[in-house]
Design a protein around this ligand. Structure first.
Ligand code: NI
Length: 264
């Protein structure tokens, strides 16, 4: 069975055929999916999906690019949501320095500080709720690592999703107690660094993900992604790890269950 550890099926790109698509997936080898909220509105839609499908679990949190409207009161909504049945993680949370220049009212430094503040807050929230964290980190390798260390995030555990940094950094995260999430990007011809990282991470620490509707693997690169594409990710990773697809599928299923505290 395949475990998609990171998906966004509440995205409007699935509005037209969500039900049909999901029931098809569960009939064809996809065993479990964690739907990950990106911001406050997405928390409610994520919880509804988890309620509607036995195979879908929920992660609740606020993405570093969705911070507008977030304050000490609204963060309480995340805390309340985290207490709901089927919530298995706080996420996705983290740092994203890619678009920092886009805000006319704030300097890049102010944006960074704001992101770090809410990342820290949500790490503490995860600790209070005894839940693992799903980390989004882009162009912010050092700050992400430092914050995770400061907050002793290894004690909560979690996953560095859509991993994009060096193999050395991946090994540091593994040492800290994290799983490393790989998806469609491993199949891209220009993703040598990500494949090197996958080669360096022990099999017991790898989980697979779509991040759908984004990041569809080759041969469907550029199209809307779904968990139906995960066999392409498994194939590529199996080549990298020099094991069979079956072995990798089994290992990543077990790892994902461990990560989210679910029975196998
Ligand atoms: Ni995502």
């Amino acid at each position: 069975m395949i475990f998609d550890t990171h998906a966004h099926y509440d995205d409007r790109r699935f509005d037209e055929d969500r039900e049909e698509l999901l029931s098809g997936l569960f009939k064809s080898g996809i065993g479990r999916i964690v739907n990950v909220a990106s911001g406050l509105p997405s928390i409610q839609t994520t919880l509804s999906l988890a309620k509607a499908y036995p195979e879908i679990y929920a992660a609740v949190g606020v993405h570093p690019e969705e911070l507008s409207g977030l304050n000490e009161e609204t963060i309480e909504q995340v805390r309340q949501a985290a207490a709901c049945e089927k919530v298995v993680a706080i996420g996705e949370i983290g740092l994203d320095y890619y678009y920092l220049g886009d805000d006319e009212k704030k300097s890049p430094e102010q944006c960074k500080e704001e992101q770090k503040y809410w990342f820290g807050k949500q790490l503490e929230l995860a600790r209070d709720c005894h839940l693992p964290v799903i980390i989004h980190s882009r162009e912010a390798a050092k700050d992400t690592y430092d914050l995770l260390e400061q907050h002793h995030a290894g004690e909560m555990g979690g996953v560095i999703h859509c991993y994009s940094y060096s193999k050395e950094m991946a090994q540091e995260y593994v040492k800290m107690g994290f799983y490393i999430g790989f998806g469609g990007v491993v199949t891209f011809s220009n993703a040598k660094k990500v494949r090197e990282a996958a080669a360096a991470v022990p099999l017991e620490r790898i989980v697979i993900e779509t991040d759908c509707p984004y990041l569809a693997p080759v041969p469907n690169r550029g199209k809307r992604n779904s968990s139906a594409n995960l066999p392409y990710v498994l194939e590529t990773l199996a080549e990298i790890k020099e094991c069979s697809v079956e072995e990798l599928e089994e290992a990543t299923w077990k790892n994902a269950c461990d990560l989210y505290g679910l029975e196998e």
